[in-house]
Design a protein around this ligand. Structure first.
Ligand code: SF4
Length: 183
C-alpha cells in the first residue's frame, strides 16, 4: 500500500505505510491486556514515567502509538521496550484506561516468542534454569549470614523449579544453547 504518516517523537520523520506491520498490531490488540487502540496520545503516561528521567528517548506514549500502528522496527530499536520497570505509574494515571504497562508486557511477550529477548533478561532466566534463583549458592554467603546471626539461605528444590520452567516454556524461549551453556 502506498502512503505516509507522521509519528510522535520522530522529529517529523515520515513513515511509509509499507513499514507498518498490521499482523503485529492486531496481535497486541487481540491479546486483550490493556486497550491500546483507545489511546488519544495525551502524554500523561510519559509525564508519569520514571524511566524517562534516565532516558528521554523512552516513552510509553510512543510505544503505545507504535504498537497500534505496527511499527515493529521502532519498538525493537535500541531495546527500548525492555526498559520499562513495570512500576504501573502510567497505568494508574492514564485517563483512557489503556493500561500501558500491560500493553508493554504484551509486546515483550510477543517479541520474546520471535526471539527478541534482552541479554540481561536472558542472563537472569539462565541463572534460574541453573540454580533455581538469580545467583549460585556460595558457602561464604552463609558464613557471613551466620556471623550476622541470620539463618542459612534455604536450598532450592530444582525439580519444582524445572516443572515451573517447563510449564512456562522458559527454556524454549531461551533456546537450548543459552539454557545449557556453562557459566
Ligand atoms: Fe495514551 Fe493513556 Fe498514555 Fe494518554 S496516558 S498517551 S491515553 S496511554
Amino acid at each position: 500500500m502506498q502512503g505516509w504518516l507522521t509519528v510522535p517523537n520522530t522529529q517529523g520523520r515520515v513513515v511509509s505505510l509499507d513499514e507498518l506491520d498490521s499482523e503485529f498490531s492486531e496481535s497486541v490488540v487481540k491479546a486483550g491486556r490493556g486497550k491500546p487502540s483507545v489511546c488519544f496520545q495525551c502524554g500523561t503516561c510519559a509525564a508519569s514515567c520514571p524511566i524517562m528521567k534516565f532516558d528521554e528517548t523512552y516513552s510509553p506514549r510512543t510505544i503505545i502509538r507504535s504498537a497500534v500502528l505496527g511499527l515493529t522496527d521502532r519498538l525493537l530499536k535500541r531495546d527500548l521496550i525492555w526498559l520499562c520497570a513495570a512500576c504501573y505509574s502510567c497505568t494508574e494515571r492514564c485517563p483512557r484506561g489503556v493500561r500501558p504497562a500491560e500493553v508493554i508486557s504484551t509486546i515483550r511477550n510477543i517479541i520474546a516468542r520471535k526471539g527478541y529477548i534482552h541479554q540481561s533478561l536472558k542472563m537472569q532466566a539462565t541463572a534460574i534454569v541453573r540454580y533455581g534463583r538469580l545467583w549460585k549458592d556460595e558457602e561464604f554467603v552463609n558464613e557471613i549470614r551466620g556471623d550476622m546471626g541470620l539463618p542459612p539461605i534455604s536450598a532450592v528444590d530444582l525439580q519444582e523449579v524445572a516443572k515451573v520452567l517447563e510449564h512456562t516454556k522458559v527454556k524454549e524461549l531461551l533456546g537450548e544453547q543459552d539454557a545449557e551453556d556453562k557459566p
